[in-house]
Design a protein around this ligand. Sequence first.
Ligand SMILES: [Cu+2]
Length: 329
Amino acid sequence: MRALATGVAASAMSALFAAPAFAKEELLGQPTPGAIDLQRGVTPLREDAIFFHNAILLPIITAITALVLGLLIWVVIRYNRKANPTPARWSHNTVVEVVWTLAPVLVLVFIAIFSFKLLFAYHDMPKPDLTIKATGYQWYWGYEYPDQKIPEFVSNILPEDQAKAKGVPYRLAATQPLVVPVNKTVRVLVTGADVIHAFAVPSFGVITDAIPGRVNETWFKADREGIFYGSCRELCGVDHAFMPIEVHVVSQPEFEAWVKTKGGGTEPAVAAASAAAEASGTAPVVGAPAATGAAAAAPAAPLNPAAAGSPPAPATPAQPAPAAAPAAK
Ligand SMILES: [Cu+2]
């Protein structure tokens, strides 16, 4: 029985892992027609996520499915009315019940070890070299480079005729790409302007909700130059499928040249100062710099006038409390 289950699992696994070979050539940064495996990654976290899925989750779910199927077939064949005309009368088996309670728990604990490791790695962003703000709109993306002083520019879907003329994938190509340098930690601040969108680039293993009134943070470090496509991953309305993300990972000089074409410029002093200021702040979910400043100032402002304007107000409720405490005794 066990040998059968293992055999089925093994053949299913080899079929799944061999499947990408059917596709002629696996494309980088975009889906490959006919492929079945996950898109290849160009960041360490993406590789870890693929390992977690392909080497941990897939074998476990394959083995469990095969085991349950095997048990079903066994019961149907061995214990049908013809094969087993007089059924047993007993109803409980302590060993079986302990096993089918403990085994799933152990499987979940085993999964949790790898899952939590990955979750913490995603949360543990190194010091960013570059910050980008991505804002989801109905139905396009806006990108801003605060460090480079590049104001927000709009990235629309590239129309079908233009995509065909340029030989780029329609519905993945955008009118203006997001450009980032290779081998640099890029922090992406993600927010929504109208409804909830989601910023997702599979090759980077990145997906983060873009929520109005909230700034989410994610990061990636691409180890290869190239063009990588993503898309909105939250149903955001009628043109949800038409707001692609196109990321160009380029060399540092190419990036600097691109920054100049956008009218931006890196000011080392300013960048270093803002990096230092950001390093001192430890909030995992950061607000826009302006919002953080306002929030920090906000509690201080009402406190001072309140203290100066009505000093007895806080004292009055404070006094009866100590007086009441001894009285209660
Ligand atoms: Cu959207």
